[in-house]
Design a protein around this ligand. Sequence first.
Ligand SMILES: [Zn+2]
Length: 103
Amino acid sequence: MTDEEYAEALEKRLFEELLPLAGSKDQAALRRRLEEVLTAFAKENPDAPKTLSGHLCSLCGCVFASLWPDEEAMAESRANFGDQPKEQLAVVCDDCWERVRPN
Ligand SMILES: [Zn+2]
């Protein structure tokens, strides 16, 4: 399974599992469900690329799969925002990033 195939399968799965919760204002429940789905998906696909995971966008609340290795994302974050503890960094989807990115 290539990274792209995995990302597609994961996105499809997330869409199916989280669609019933769409419109819910309960971010904590959404996050919990997201973690459950990701954990289950990872168990079903042990050959999955380790760096690939699903994320909940902090701005629009959408769920997206990222093909970016953590180290690369952290490097770009450092370049834009300086050294910040990972826990303090907001995760945003590509669309939101295009809206908020520094020039
Ligand atoms: Zn977003």
